[in-house]
Each structure stands twice: as structure tokens, then as C-alpha cells.
Design a protein around this ligand. Structure first.
Ligand SMILES: Nc1ncnc2c1ncn2[C@@H]1O[C@H](COP(=O)(O)OS(=O)(=O)O)[C@@H](OP(=O)(O)O)[C@H]1O
Ligand SMILES: [Mg+2]
Ligand SMILES: [Mg+2]
Ligand SMILES: [Mg+2]
Length: 345
């Protein structure tokens, strides 16, 4: 079997399963399904449920006795408090519903319990690092976009000996049709092509896209061939709190870019770029913010395998292998870009 083929299949199944749960929640998103984390960022039942499902699906696909190492965004700490119990119940119900909808049956020996779900979420507490295999998960990237009913991604990568070898991006609200058309996402969504894309990239094997609903086979994607910035369009964060939009506007002006920025949430930007919907992605977080590996691992791999290049603000490749535990700095757990994408002074 081709290198990482089994892992790509495991990962795609896990991402599809998680996307199913996200779609269910987004359809009936209620205020009580959202909470605020200690850093004040939003988290929903779908973020937790997606993480639990990916963790469960990957762990159950491994040979008996093999333990999953997963570096993922969420943890169960708030769910294990008295006030989090009802949310954990709700997540457990959604997780069991998604497993049943996929297989038509509950997992043996029976539905997952709230404790099983919390344990699955906390498998994401690995520190990663340069040795061995580590899956890297953002269960919902672009939670704010998800809550607005717009773009988000289930983003799953695999690190092997410090190198990214797989990237899978489930983008349930991204149309299969190009969004670089007048009217953007809205127009593409009504073009008659399916909505919902699954991007997958394996080291050295290129990147593909297929509809989330499996209605078409995977097709190879490649980045835009536009080389003159005057003809290029560029993507950036939808949220101005996530990237310095004034700075990107200035850079675009200096480059001679004439079209307005394409602002969509999440690593769906990487997916859209991988198939040539835009040629440039500019991201400059506000001073002091440290990027997390799960926010870029899968997307960067998809871009790279589609023929693109992803670098930090100083033009250096991103390093996903930093093991922050080795630095003995617990609060920095999983903040891995030592040379980060802070703006150079
Ligand atoms: N202050 C700040 N600066 C930079 N980045 C931040 C910041 N706050 C959050 N985040 C991270 O941004 C993730 C969402 O991705 P994007 O910024 O591409 O999406 S968006 O267009 O702005 O919604 C988002 O990922 P999720 O938390 O998974 O949604 C965050 O990890
Ligand atoms: Mg994220
Ligand atoms: Mg997230
Ligand atoms: Mg988040």
C-alpha cells in the first residue's frame, strides 16, 4: 500500500464524521450550544463534538495497543465542571448520533458515555514534537465563521518525525465551484455544483478535492498560475482581530494587486487557494499573538502539495515540530512557531 495511504483513509473518514456533526449543529445552532473559553474565544458543542469524533475515529482505526498522539485545540476541563455537565451531555448525544448516522449502528459495546467523550477530547493534549507520529487537529477552525453560518474547516494533519506528511481539510460550506467569481461564495453556492469540499494532501503525492458528500471522485488541484500581482487576488482573515488588514492592504498596494481582498474564515482559505481561487494569502497577527500549529498544519500541506509555498513573515518555512513541553513552559503548550509570524520589527 502507498505510503500514508491507510492514514489518509483514516483521516478522511474521521474528518467526514466530524463534519457531519458540525453540519447538524450549524443547522440548529442555539445560544446554549456556545460557551466562552478562558481566553474569551468562543467554543461550541460542535468544536468539542468534532474533536471527540476525530479522536475516537482515529483511535479505533489504530491497531489494538497502539496509542494515538493527538495535538488538538480543545480540552474537557470546562466540561468537567458542574456548569459544563449539561453541555457534555449534549455533546455526547451529538457524537453518538453522528456515529449512528455514519454506520447505522452504535459503536460496540454501546453508545459512548460522557466520560468516554471527555476522554476522547483529552487525547488531544499531546505536546507533539519532532519525534514519532502526531496527528494535529483543529476540530473547527473559524469558530466565529461557523457561528455566523459561514466558512469553517475541520483541519487534520499528520506529523511524522517532525515533518508534515498529511493534510486533510473538511470545508462543509465551501462550494465545489470556484469562489473567484462575481458574487463570490454566494454565487458559487448557487452554481449547481455541490457545496462542501474535502481537500486531502499526502507528502509528494499532490493534493485533491472532492465533494464532502462523495458525489464525485477526487480531482487533483493546483495553485493559481498567475505570476503578475496585478492579476492576482489575495485572501485574508475575515476577522480584523486576527490579522492586520491595514498592513495587508498596504502590501497588496505595493505589490500592485488591484482586486479587493477575499475575506473568508478559517483554513478554507488554504483550500480555496489550493485550487487557484486566489493567488496570495496574507496573514499578520496583531503583535504578541502566537500562532498555533493546528491553525496551519493541514492547510499549509494542502497548499504545498498543490504547488504553492507557505512561509512566515521573514520568508522562512513554518516549523510544526516544536515540542513546547521540552521547554518546560506549560502555558506555552502547543504554541509551536518559535520563529512565529509576528511582524518583524
Ligand atoms: N488575535 C488573533 N490573531 C490571530 N489569529 C487568531 C486570533 N484569535 C484567534 N485566532 C485564530 O484564528 C483562527 C481563525 O482563522 P482565521 O483568522 O483565518 O479566520 S477568520 O477569517 O478570522 O475568521 C482561530 O481558530 P479557531 O479558534 O479554531 O476558530 C484562532 O485560532
Ligand atoms: Mg483554528
Ligand atoms: Mg478551532
Ligand atoms: Mg478556537
Amino acid at each position: 500500500m502507498a505510503l500514508y495511504q491507510k492514514e489518509v483513509e483514516m483521516g478522511c473518514r474521521a474528518v467526514r464524521l466530524a463534519a457531519l456533526l458540525c453540519q447538524t449543529v450549524q443547522r440548529r445552532l442555539l445560544a446554549e450550544e456556545t460557551a466562552a473559553k478562558s481566553d474569551k474565544s468562543p467554543v461550541t458543542v460542535a468544536d468539542y463534538g468534532s474533536q471527540a469524533l476525530v479522536s475516537w475515529a482515529l483511535q479505533t482505526a489504530l491497531p489494538p495497543g497502539e496509542t494515538l498522539s493527538l495535538v488538538a485545540e480543545e480540552d474537557s476541563e470546562d466540561l468537567r465542571t458542574e456548569s459544563g455537565a449539561a453541555m457534555l451531555q449534549r455533546i455526547t448525544q451529538l457524537v453518538n448520533e453522528a456515529i449512528k448516522a455514519e454506520d447505522g449502528a452504535q459503536p460496540a459495546p454501546g453508545p459512548l458515555t460522557p466520560e468516554d467523550v471527555a476522554t476522547a477530547i483529552d487525547r488531544g493534549l499531546s505536546n507533539g514534537g519532532p519525534l514519532g507520529r502526531h496527528w494535529v487537529l483543529d476540530p473547527i477552525d473559524g469558530t466565529k465563521g461557523f457561528m455566523r453560518g459561514e466558512q469553517y474547516a475541520v483541519a487534520l494533519g499528520l506529523l511524522d518525525e517532525g515533518e508534515v506528511v498529511l493534510g486533510i481539510l473538511g470545508c462543509p460550506n465551501l462550494p465545489m465551484a470556484s469562489i473567484s467569481v462575481p458574487g463570490g461564495v454566494m454565487a458559487a453556492a448557487t452554481s449547481g455544483q455541490p457545496v462542501g469540499c474535502l481537500f486531502a494532501a499526502r507528502k509528494g503525492c499532490g493534493a485533491t478535492v472532492e465533494p464532502m458528500d462523495c458525489s464525485l471522485p477526487p480531482q487533483k488541484v493546483s495553485v493559481s498560475k498567475v505570476s503578475d500581482p496585478a492579476w492576482a487576488s489575495f485572501c485574508e482573515s475575515y476577522e480584523s482581530a486576527h490579522s492586520l488588514q491595514d498592513l495587508t492592504a498596504n502590501i497588496a498596494r505595493v505589490l500592485g494587486v488591484t482586486s479587493p481582498p477575499v475575506r473568508i474564515d478559517s483554513q478554507a482559505k488554504y483550500g480555496a487557494m489550493a485550487r487557484g481561487d486566489a493567488a496570495i494569502y496574507l496573514r499578520f497577527p496583531h503583535l504578541g499573538y502566537r500562532e498555533k500549529i493546528w491553525d496551519h498544519c493541514a492547510g499549509a500541506m494542502v497548499i504545498q502539495e498543490a504547488g504553492g509555498v507557505v512561509v512566515d513573515a521573514a520568508g522562512r518555512p513554518l516549523d510544526f515540530s516544536k515540542d513546547s513541553a521540552a521547554r518546560g513552559t506549560a502555558p506555552l503548550r502547543k504554541l509551536h512557531f518559535s520563529r512565529g509570524s509576528d511582524i518583524p520589527s
